[in-house]
Ligand binder design. Structure first.
Ligand SMILES: Nc1ncnc2c1ncn2[C@@H]1O[C@H](COP(=O)(O)OP(=O)(O)OP(=O)(O)O)[C@@H](O)[C@H]1O
Length: 330
């Protein structure tokens, strides 16, 4: 980058610069307008440099609000957010140079401009020289398979291509931190894979810090080193991804599908049933598969026609539900 940034002052980051977390959030609270609810409630998180950090939670938990505060788009009600040691409020200009972001549901790029024009525009905005921005834009567009169509306006692209341009725009100035709010939402399998491979490369080969939100378990499993789970504005877990997943592998989840409705008194404790288009799916987590065989016997005794029995991987909703029920983590 052509723009020089002064180091954070000592009162902001006492101690060795190398120990500075890439992202540090302390006591962050956000209350929108005259609302009585805290959309973000005393959140504190520390993300070491080079980590892919999953910021997870059910709908409306406060993820986007937190990311918007980190990106300087929204003022916090209280608390502090620092990017590479620069306080987003007090050292705004320096903090803004530390990251690139793709925000959920926002038009991150201009639809009436081409991919090429967008990247040059965002490069200039970040203070890059034209030659530097051109060379970086070419590298990014080729890497994402958009080079051939670089001159078409982004509005005519598919959703996946638009998302790729947004990712490229976030990376134009080669920022050390990348904030990605649901980067794979609405993408097909191939585009999802491309974005995921990019995130992996950014972290493993280029040492970037990535904070991402997602509702997709495979994205968490494949990419994230560490995750924090937020619910109703509060962080309810902050742990290594392996620890999170191992908690949910201890008990297997099964699904039994039957024709028609659930017979009376056929549902044992710990299982739930959902009817859909003439079938009913019964699901539950068990520590012993015998519990599932007992369920199948019970259904057959009540003359239900069992169509299938399958073991399924936990999804993020299961993970959240498990954490909500689990004792609080430190
Ligand atoms: N502009 C706003 N004005 C008032 N309330 C808002 C605003 N934006 C978000 N909220 C509220 O703040 C809470 C947190 O929303 P937020 O969008 O941060 O959640 P999220 O975790 O990103 O959810 P999702 O996974 O659905 O994107 C919700 O209750 C939401 O309704």
């Amino acid at each position: 980058m052509s723009t020089q940034t002064q180091a954070p002052s000592s009162h902001e980051r006492p101690g060795a610069a190398s120990a500075t977390p890439a992202i540090e959030i302390s006591g962050l609270t956000k209350i929108y307008g005259s609302s009585e609810t805290k959309s973000v409630d005393d959140v504190s998180l520390s993300v070491p440099a080079g980590t892919v950090f999953g910021f997870l939670g059910p709908n409306g938990a406060g993820k986007t609000t937190t990311i918007k505060i980190l990106a300087g788009l929204l003022a916090a009600t209280s608390g502090h957010t620092l990017l590479n040691g620069y306080d987003v409020t007090r050292r705004r200009s320096a903090a803004m140079q530390q990251f690139g972001a793709v925000l959920e549901g926002s038009r991150n790029v201009y639809w009436n401009l081409s991919a090429w024009q967008n990247l040059l525009y965002f490069g200039r905005l970040k203070g890059m020289r034209t030659a530097e921005a051109r060379s970086r834009a070419e590298e990014l567009l080729k890497g994402l398979g958009l080079w051939e169509r670089r001159s078409e306006s982004v509005g005519g692209y598919s959703r996946g291509m638009q998302q790729k341009v947004a990712v490229a725009a976030a990376l134009i100035a080669d920022p050390p931190i990348v904030l990605l709010d649901e980067p794979t939402i609405g993408l097909d399998v191939e585009a999802t894979r491309t974005v995921m491979e990019w995130v992996r490369t950014l972290s493993r080969d280029r040492g970037k810090t990535v904070l991402l939100t997602t509702h997709q378990m495979n994205v968490v499993e494949e990419l994230c080193d560490r995750v924090a789970v937020i619910r109703e504005g509060k962080v309810i877990a902050d742990l290594r991804t392996e620890e999170l997943l191992s908690q949910f592998r201890e008990r297997d989840k099964y699904e039994v599908r039957i024709e028609g409705d659930l017979p009376d008194e056929a549902l044992p404790d710990g299982f739930t049933a959902k009817a859909h288009e003439g079938t009913t799916t019964i699901s539950g987590r068990v520590s012993d598969p015998q519990e599932v065989y007992a369920l199948v016997d019970r259904l057959r005794d009540r003359r239900a026609v069992v169509q299938s029995l399958a073991q399924v991987q936990p999804d993020l909703e299961d993970v959240f539900m498990g954490l909500i029920k689990a004792p609080a983590h430190d």
